[in-house]
Design a binder for this molecule. Structure first.
Ligand SMILES: N[C@@H](Cc1c[nH]cn1)C(=O)NCC(=O)O
Length: 463
């Protein structure tokens, strides 16, 4: 008789993945509401543009502290803290008219968002077998991307039809629902209690029975081969406080595999992030001369391309484990070469080249998920939250720097405002990406060699 597959890992994963999607709804909740926000707060375009930058800075700056906390508190606690912070941020956003409070609201949303993704990544290896992780990570990211779709058209519709407060209170209500679900469903690992069970001190039957899940199923942690990371020697438990933090940082950065994961995350997603977060629409309309409708049609290609790539890249990177980094490098080179073709094209790039750019560039998002696979293979289990947070800063730091440098390069050419935009100025400005790709790919090649040598020296193989 066939043994029933346990459902609990999938329920835990489902709630965690939807929490990430809600974090993305929160993250991109202002994306389609620029004019409405300007009217509501009475602000100019420059002040409006600081909102995503502040949010990104908070997100990137909190990755390492959140990673350290994650190793102490666990995924459940961090996902719930993240949910409460975002919910608080959106209640403030819904109820104030003052721009200072709106910035505070975005800081809270950025902080809550920072807690979510790496905690969801951290919970996966506790519930699923190593071979399932690349696909599950990609599907989790794909569910997250769906959050972006919700926050664009439906949210704009609700704000238009029912007003500013209703739209943001609606997001807060969805967040509250997820926090309540999280309190009763999420468990850090098989055998661990839910937050509610921890508060009441009584472990329910589902949690107790889940302890044996690993051995009984193909999904649970206990039945899987130990992650390759568990073989890494942790000589002594790191101390707490600032000294402990530096000790951990030094130890982590001393591992070539962790550095490799950082550069993998650094190299591929910044081009699409920069395009979607700020400079894509100005480039397509003010530079290339497309209508806003044509530009937004082209931009929607990025979501489709990223989602389709996510479906294929997960199985591909687990099938070709030894070559996953080279798959990533191939995608990064394709992005760089397509951009360089656009930059070198004399005059206005043809539509087919722009379509190619908007299909190839978003592959960098799913490709960057390979960084978390590399990180999982090389980070000791007790540091895995810290490691994931550290790696996740790579792409976001690169994105922030490129966003600022593109603006700086436009200003230097006297083309920093919509009435002065020109295709030539945009081409020079987007060329600031080239050193970032060169740096990223060079560091990947160096660290890949060092990682291979390190693994040979320590007699380890990838599984
Ligand atoms: N590179 C993204 C994930 C991604 C996958 N597909 C498209 N994007 C990433 O690292 N995300 C972190 C986050 O907090 O969203």
């Amino acid at each position: 008789m066939r043994r029933a597959r346990p459902i609990l890992p999938w329920v835990v994963w489902g709630v965690a993945a939807v929490s990430y999607a809600v974090a993305i709804v929160n993250r991109s909740s202002l994306a389609a509401l620029g004019p409405a926000a300007q009217e509501h707060f009475g602000i100019d375009a420059t002040t409006l543009a600081t909102f995503p930058v502040i949010q990104l800075v908070v997100y990137a700056a909190l990755q390492i502290p959140v990673g350290v906390l994650l190793d102490r508190i666990g995924s459940t606690g961090m996902i719930l803290i993240g949910g409460v912070l975002m919910l608080g941020g959106q209640v403030i956003m819904a109820t104030v008219n003052d721009v200072g409070f709106a910035i505070l609201a975005r800081v809270l949303v950025g902080a809550g968002d920072a807690c979510t993704f790496i905690s969801v990544m951290r919970i996966l290896p506790e519930w699923f077998a190593v071979r399932q992780l690349p696909t599950l990570s990609q599907v989790t990211a794909l569910i997250g991307q769906a959050g972006q779709l919700v926050s664009v058209t439906p949210l704009a519709f609700v704000v238009d039809a029912f007003g500013w407060a209703s739209g943001f209170l609606g997001i807060a209500a969805a967040g509250l629902l997820l926090v309540i679900l999280g309190v009763v469903v999420l468990r850090d690992r098989p055998g661990g209690g839910t937050m509610l069970e921890r508060w009441t001190g009584r472990l329910g039957r589902t949690s107790r029975e889940a302890e044996s899940l690993g051995a009984a199923s193909g999904t649970g942690g206990g039945g899987m081969p130990p992650p390759s990371t568990s073989m890494l020697a942790v000589v002594q438990a790191p101390r707490g406080g600032v000294a402990g933090f530096w000790q951990r940082t030094r130890r982590l950065l001393g591992m070539p595999g962790v550095r490799l994961a950082y550069w993998v995350h650094f190299s591929s997603p910044f081009a699409v992030n920069v395009f979607l977060l700020l400079w894509g629409t100005p480039f397509l309309t003010g530079g290339v001369g497309l209508s806003p409708a044509a530009a937004s049609g082209l931009l929607s290609l990025t979501v489709v391309s990223s989602m389709v790539a996510g479906v294929f890249l997960g199985p591909l990177s687990s099938r070709f484990l030894e070559r996953r980094v080279w798959i990533h490098v191939g995608i990064t080179c394709a992005i760089a070469l397509t951009w360089i073709a656009v930059l070198l094209w004399p005059g206005e790039p043809p539509l087919w080249l722009l379509i190619l750019l908007l299909v190839v560039m978003p592959l960098g998002g799913p490709a960057s998920m390979i960084a978390f696979e590399v990180s999982r293979s090389h980070t000791p289990r007790s540091f895995s939250g810290f490691g994931t947070g550290l790696v996740n800063t790579g792409g976001f730091t690169a994105s922030l720097l490129v966003i600022l440098l593109v603006g700086f390069a436009l200003d230097l050419q006297g083309a920093g405002s919509p009435e002065h935009y020109s295709l030539g100025a945009f081409k020079w400005a987007f060329a600031v990406q080239i050193p970032f790709w060169l740096l990223g790919i060079t560091m990947i090649v160096i660290e890949q060699r060092r990682t291979k040598r390190w693994m040979d020296d320590h007699g380890r193989t990838l599984r």
